[in-house]
Design a protein around this ligand. Sequence first.
Ligand code: GAR
Length: 205
Amino acid sequence: MSARRRVGVLISGRGSNMKSLIDAAKAKDYPAEIVLVIGNRADAGGLAIAKDAGIPARMIAHRDFPSRAAFDAALDKTLKEARVELVCLAGFMRLLTPEFVEAWRDRMLNIHPSLLPEFPGLDTHARAIAAGKRVAGCTVHFVRAEMDTGPVIAQAEVPIEPGDTPDTLAARVLKAEHRLYPMALKLVAEGRVRVAGDKVEIADA
Ligand code: GAR
C-alpha cells in the first residue's frame, strides 16, 4: 500500500472525535496516521488523551497571539513542520482566517453535529428539538471560510426520540460522529474524494 497520509488534528476540548480517529488509525490498513494533535486551550482534555496514546500533542494558546492571523500562522507553521498533509478539526471551536482556510483548501475536514446546511453554529441539538425535527445527525465536510459550510463528504442520521433532551440527543449523535469521522477521513486519505464545485464526488473503491 502507498504511504499513509499524515494527519494533524485540531481540538479545543474533550477530544472524543480525535480519539475515534486515533483509534481508527491504529489499524495497519487504515490509510492515514495521526502525527500531531494541537489544542488551543489549556483545559483541552483531549491533549492528555493524545499524549497517552503516544501522539505528539502541542498546546498553542490563541490568547498568546496578538491577532487571529498570528495565531493561524503559528498553526500553519507547526502543521508544516510535522509534514501534515490533511487537517481534521475535531471540536475546534475557533474561526480560522480565510487565508489559513484557503491554504488548506480541500485538505481540511470538520465534523459538525447537525445535518448541514441545517443548524450551523452552536446549540444544534436544542435547536433541532425545538424545531420539531424527527431526525438529527452529523456531517463531515471540507472547510470553507464561512463557519460550518463547505462540500459535504459524509453524513449520518440518528432519530430524535420522544422525550429527548439536548443531552440525550447529543449523546446519540456523538456515537454516530465517532463512526462517521474515521470513515470520511478514510475516503479522503484513499484519494477517492474529489471536489467538484460545491459538491463532493466519491469514486468507487
Ligand atoms: C462534537 O460534537 C463536534 O461535532 C462539535 O463539538 C463536539 C466536540 O466533541 N463540533 C462543533 O460543534 C463544530 N462546529 P469532542 O471534543 O469530544 O470531539
